[in-house]
Design a protein around this ligand. Structure first.
Ligand SMILES: O=P(O)(O)OC[C@H]1O[C@H](OP(=O)(O)OP(=O)(O)O)[C@H](O)[C@@H]1O
Ligand SMILES: O=c1cc[nH]c(=O)[nH]1
Length: 168
C-alpha cells in the first residue's frame, strides 16, 4: 500500500468551493445523494460544511450491480432517501469515479424511487478508465493508475481522510 501525492483535504476544500458554485446555479437548493459507502460519507460532510438544512440521501448500488454475483450485498450499503425524489433536483456525490458501473447501478436504483427533475454527478477523483458513457459535472482531480491498482479513500476517526493506492 502507498499514499498518493494527492492532498485529500485540499481537494475537499476545492470541492466545497465547486459545490458552492454549483448550488448557486439552482433556484431551489438541490438535495445531496451520496453513493454508499465512500460517497455517502462525503455527502454527509458536505451537507454539514455547506450548512445545508436538508438531510442527505444515500444510494446503494447493490440491487443493480452487473457484478452482483461476485460482490453480493456485503459492501454496498443500503439506500435511504428521506424525501420524494419525484421532481427533485439531485446532486449525486461519490469519492472515486472509474468504470462508471457503480453510477449506472445507482441511477437505476434512484429511478426505482421516482423521476427526479435533474441529476448531476460530483466526484472527488476521476481516475479515468470509463467503460460506460458516464461523465461527472464536477471532478476535483484526475489521476491515472494501472488497472492492477485501486484508489481508496481512507477515513480517519477525526473526520479527516486521505487516499491510498492498493494493489488489487
Ligand atoms: O466507477 P466504478 O468502477 O464503478 O468504481 C467507483 C466506485 O467504487 C468505489 O466504491 P466501492 O463499491 O468500492 O465501495 P466503497 O465506497 O464502500 O469503497 C467508489 O466509492 C465508487 O463508488
Ligand atoms: O480505484 C478505484 C476503482 C474503483 N473504486 C475505487 O474506490 N477506487
Amino acid at each position: 500500500m502507498s499514499s498518493l501525492t494527492l492532498d485529500a483535504e485540499a481537494l475537499y476544500n476545492d470541492m466545497l468551493r465547486g459545490m458552492r458554485l454549483q448550488l448557486a446555479s439552482y433556484e431551489q437548493p438541490p438535495r445531496l445523494v451520496g453513493v454508499a459507502s465512500g460517497g455517502a460519507w462525503l455527502a454527509q460532510r458536505l451537507q454539514k460544511d455547506l450548512e445545508l438544512a436538508d438531510e442527505i440521501g444515500i444510494l446503494s448500488s447493490a440491487m443493480h450491480r452487473d457484478d452482483f454475483s461476485q460482490r453480493g450485498l456485503a459492501s454496498s450499503g443500503q439506500t435511504l432517501l428521506p424525501f420524494d425524489v419525484n421532481g427533485a433536483h439531485l446532486i449525486v456525490v461519490d469519492d472515486v469515479l472509474y468504470t462508471g458501473r457503480t453510477i449506472r447501478a445507482v441511477l437505476n436504483e434512484l429511478f426505482d424511487y421516482g423521476r427526479p427533475a435533474s441529476v448531476k454527478l460530483v466526484v472527488l477523483v476521476d481516475r479515468g478508465g470509463r467503460e460506460l458513457p458516464v461523465q461527472p459535472d464536477l471532478a476535483l482531480a484526475r489521476v491515472t493508475l494501472p488497472a492492477s491498482q485501486t484508489l481508496e479513500l481512507a477515513r480517519a476517526e477525526d473526520g479527516r481522510f486521505s487516499f491510498q493506492v492498493q494493489d488489487r
